[in-house]
Ligand binder design. Structure first.
Ligand SMILES: [Zn+2]
Length: 362
């Protein structure tokens, strides 16, 4: 299991881990961050307003001990835990700017101990750390196992903790849990005392919520999510239909990010601020991808089509797209994966279409 933070093992995969233990499976749980950038519970519990690097480190150590206690409750040997101490709350920035060394570390962990089943965060999760880690692991797994169908028993399962993305829930399998399993899950969640301080009800509520998984396949189609209505990958451009609610237009300007690999195999991320009117927009990225994107709106500022040049991105690799519109802390939606150019079929859930009609002002 790959967990963005200490507590995700308990919230998202307690039932699965209990069953893996009962089945006698060998388990490893890899924590990407220590959850150390968690200021509000820390301020309340430590009665300290200003928190410096030393304070955060101490908090991270505390959260590690809580995660180990939770693993013990679930019957997982604590020697199974690995902590990578990547920057908490900054995994999206890491993914978009320079995640090469993080990807190498993930690859080394997997190469050292290749499992038969992976549990990874969904790219549709609305917590930016979760969706970013989901993208990083997809990049690692597609490089390390370019064709999982030939590797036999290996399966990749994604889970969400935050949000109710249709892209995830419409495809998810639900795991039914017994009362004993639920009680154990509740005890595991209670080990995360730092998190219960301010979010007790929400955290304990996870115990009764069924765990859900989506099995990832090599031929998965892109499912529209959030404000992105549809995406088409053409040979040299990406056409994205966006549908923004009027409320969203009053929030900070939405930012579109496009992530892919260039001809040298290096990751490139281009971003653009969504303009309020039809215009040619400059994409900004680290490698000066200075081709203009085109934003074309149909009579109003809330439904529009963006044409993004993607000739710098190699066609044999998938492209990831995210429309960032944060409210407070969580995203409206996570990332979408657009498969390599050979398959471009896009599926759009009917309910999104209905919702979009309600939101649009014509
Ligand atoms: Zn988390």
């Amino acid at each position: 299991m790959f967990a963005p933070h200490p507590d995700d093992e308990s919230l998202a995969c307690s039932i699965l881990l209990q069953r893996a233990v009962r089945a006698g499976a060998a388990i490893r749980v890899v924590y990407a961050t220590d959850g150390d950038d968690n200021p509000w519970p820390q301020r309340v519990l430590e009665r300290k307003w200003r928190l410096d690097a030393t304070d955060r480190k101490r908090w991270g150590r505390l959260r590690r001990t809580e995660a180990l206690a939770a693993l013990r409750v679930l019957g997982v040997n604590v020697s199974a835990a690995r902590f990578m101490a990547l920057p908490d709350q900054k995994l999206t920035a890491l993914l978009m700017c320079d995640c090469r060394s993080a990807l190498e570390r993930f690859t080394a962990i997997i190469a050292d101990w290749p499992p038969t089943d992976f549990l990874v965060p969904s790219i549709s999760d609305t917590h930016p750390d979760h969706s970013a880690l989901g993208v990083m692991l997809r990049l690692v797994l597609s490089d390390y196992f370019p064709d999982p169908t030939t590797t036999g028993r290996m399966a990749i399962w994604s889970y969400t903790v935050h949000g109710r993305s249709a892209a995830f829930f419409d495809r998810a399998e639900t795991i039914r849990q017994s009362p004993i399993e639920t009680a154990t899950k509740l005890r595991a969640i209670r080990c995360h005392k730092t998190q219960l301080k301010l979010s007790r009800k929400r955290f304990l509520g996870y115990a009764g919520r069924p765990e859900r998984l989506v099995k990832l396949g090599t031929r998965d189609k892109t499912v529209a999510d959030g404000s992105i209505g549809s995406v088409s990958r053409l040979p040299h451009s990406l056409r994205i239909e966006v549908r923004l609610s009027p409320k969203a237009m009053r929030m900070s300007e939405p930012i579109l990010s496009v992530l892919g690999r260039d001809e040298a195999g290096a990751l490139r991320c281009a971003t653009m601020r969504l303009p309020a009117r039809s215009s040619r927009v400059k994409m900004v990225d680290s490698a000066s991808l200075d081709q203009g994107a085109v934003a074309q709106y149909r009579g109003n500022a809330f439904i529009g089509q963006l044409t993004i040049p993607i000739s710098r991105f190699l066609a044999v690799h998938p492209i990831f797209v995210k429309l960032e519109r944060r409210s407070w802390f969580f995203d409206e939606a996570g990332w979408l994966e657009i498969p390599a150019a050979r398959s471009t079929q896009i599926v759009e859930p009917e309910r999104d279409r209905v919702k979009a009609r309600l939101l649009a002002i014509r």
